[in-house]
Design a protein around this ligand. Structure first.
Ligand SMILES: [Zn+2]
Length: 218
């Protein structure tokens, strides 16, 4: 399918789950800026030195730097030009959204669907508390959702690896922190993309949410 897609939604709204399904079924090119950043850390260049220094001081990458990095990143630019990119955690802020918009305009690339997965923060927090991740292949499970629970307790369906709670997800303090961060940085995107957003009720089961998304794509 030749469509360019963005997902916006709270941590725990199911962006990752939905993105994974779309990638599997339709072959979307999904790029995580976090992965690109981590990939750079293992290299030996100016960016890796800069990022390692930030990490040492537990500092985050600011928008302007991130934008400059992405503009020069072949993997990122190639995914934009693929004609079927899917971002489920990017842009994360208004600064990044402006950059993406300008870059797409320059490259004459159209953004086809911006899905907003709407669901209350209470439900999101509950989901994050019951989320398990495979230590080996990073597949996600959720013990309270039938469709998303593993067949055998604590064992990954696809690779047999051990499932563990994602540390940064599971403590109430961490969840609270992520929600607040989202409110400040990412929530303003809903205004930024007003008029273009496709709002999906993400309180439903993953299967129903997926069906609703597909209706807009097919
Ligand atoms: Zn696994």
């Amino acid at each position: 399918m030749e469509k360019n897609i963005l997902f916006i939604g709270n941590p725990g709204s199911g962006k990752g789950t939905q993105a994974e399904r779309l990638v599997k079924e339709f072959g979307f090119i999904s790029i995580s800026t976090g992965d690109l950043y981590r990939a750079e850390l293992s290299k030996d260049n100016e960016w890796s030195e800069y990022f390692k220094e930030l990490q040492k001081n537990s500092q985050l990458v600011d928008d302007a730097t991130m934008n400059k990095f992405l503009l020069g990143n072949e993997d990122f630019m190639n995914s934009l030009r693929s004609g079927k990119f899917l971002f489920d955690g990017y842009p994360r802020s208004i600064g990044q959204a402006h950059f993406l918009k300008d870059t797409l305009t320059t490259e004459k690339i159209k953004l086809d669907c911006i899905f907003y997965l709407e669901v209350s923060q209470e439900i999101c927090a509950q989901r994050l508390q019951t989320r398990y991740v495979c230590k080996k292949c990073k597949a996600c499970y959720n013990s309270t959702l039938n469709e998303l629970s593993s067949k055998k307790q604590d064992v990954c369906d696809s690779c047999g690896g051990e499932l563990s709670k994602r540390f940064d997800d599971s403590s109430p303090e961490q969840i609270d922190k992520r929600m607040k961060e989202y409110d400040i940085k990412t929530d303003p995107l809903i205004d930024f993309y007003k008029g273009e957003l496709i709002t999906i009720d993400a309180s439903l089961t993953p299967e129903k949410v997926y069906e609703a998304i597909k209706k807009h794509l097919l």
